[in-house]
Design a protein around this ligand. Structure first.
Ligand SMILES: NC(=O)c1ccc[n+]([C@@H]2O[C@H](COP(=O)([O-])OP(=O)(O)OC[C@H]3O[C@@H](n4cnc5c(N)ncnc54)[C@H](O)[C@@H]3O)[C@@H](O)[C@H]2O)c1
Length: 256
């Protein structure tokens, strides 16, 4: 990683639960590339695990933010404005669906479970973009995490398939709306990574096995691979990339 690639850039990372989180790989690589970090944790219960993970990252801003709370979201962006006066990079790396809705048939999922999954995993990205836009005066980049199950039916991905499909569609519409402000919007689609969120999916180990066996590179993705891609995409080297879903999956999606 070129150490000065993102020197002085201000990056907000939402979605670190622990050192296995994809967001943690993103934060680590953005830091290595020279960015200053703002990091959030979900709530008091989650905080000790996030404390441990971020201690080496020395974020300028470290705040609680449950995206279902408009107050917590607004406080976060208020703090960014008062400390940094700007924002260059935003990483949305969060998802949630109630287990009983996620692990059953999609036609059996409750309206409440579906709406909650959509709210936390998709609409919150729009809310964050709304708050980030005035701070991205010199342009910027917004990233959200998707998965191949958005595009093709992946066994046991169930409810999260349509949620991620909506997220990727939002990315395209946001890219058009925000393009004139030089704000780029990109969905990242990593292959399966063993994280806390992933443990909510039935038979996740089988998904990992399949990814390793079938991907052209016959490999599994690591969180730093996602972080390295984010660092590149947030840099000027990627200044003409927006609206896309970028796969980091050893090529699985071309054969999967
Ligand atoms: N693990 C995988 O295989 C994989 C593959 C592709 C995409 N993704 C996506 O990557 C993203 C990160 O997931 P991960 O796998 O790193 O798991 P993770 O469990 O490490 O991260 C999920 C994060 O979502 C946060 N979150 C949940 N509800 C929230 C709320 N209301 N407000 C704020 N934060 C909330 C959690 O606190 C946690 O930090 C998710 O969007 C996930 O769907 C994961």
């Amino acid at each position: 990683m070129e150490p000065k690639l993102l020197s002085g850039k201000k990056a907000l990372i939402v979605g670190i639960a622990n050192e296995n989180s994809i967001a943690y790989g993103c934060a680590r690589m953005l830091k290595t590339a020279g960015a200053d970090l703002a990091i959030t944790y979900l709530n008091d219960k989650a905080k000790p695990y996030v404390d441990k993970a971020v201690s080496e990252l020395t974020p300028d801003i470290y705040m609680r933010c449950d995206v279902t709370s408009n107050d917590e979201l607004k406080n976060l962006f208020r703090e960014i404005e008062s400390k940094w006066h700007q924002l260059d990079i935003l990483i949305h790396s969060i998802a949630f669906a109630p287990k009983q809705d996620l692990q059953g048939h999609i036609i059996d999922c409750s309206k409440e479970g579906f709406l909650l999954a959509m709210d936390i995993s998709c609409h919150s990205f729009l809310r964050m973009a709304h708050l980030a836009k005035p701070l991205m005066k010199n342009g910027g980049s917004l990233f959200a995490m998707s998965f191949y199950g958005a595009e093709k039916v992946v066994e046991n991905y169930n409810l999260m398939g349509p949620v991620k499909a909506a997220l990727e569609a939002c990315v395209r519409y946001m890219a058009v709306e925000l393009g004139p402000e030089k704000i780029r919007v990109i969905a990242l689609s990593p292959g399966p990574v063993k994280t806390r969120a992933a443990s909510g999916l039935d038979k996740f180990d089988e998904l990992m096995l399949r990814a390793r066996e079938k991907s052209p590179l016959q490999t599994l993705v690591e969180i730093d691979d996602v972080g390295a891609m984010v660092a590149f995409l947030a840099s000027d080297y990627a200044k003409n990339i927006t609206g896309d879903t970028i796969y980091i999956d050893g090529g699985y999606h071309i054969v999967g």
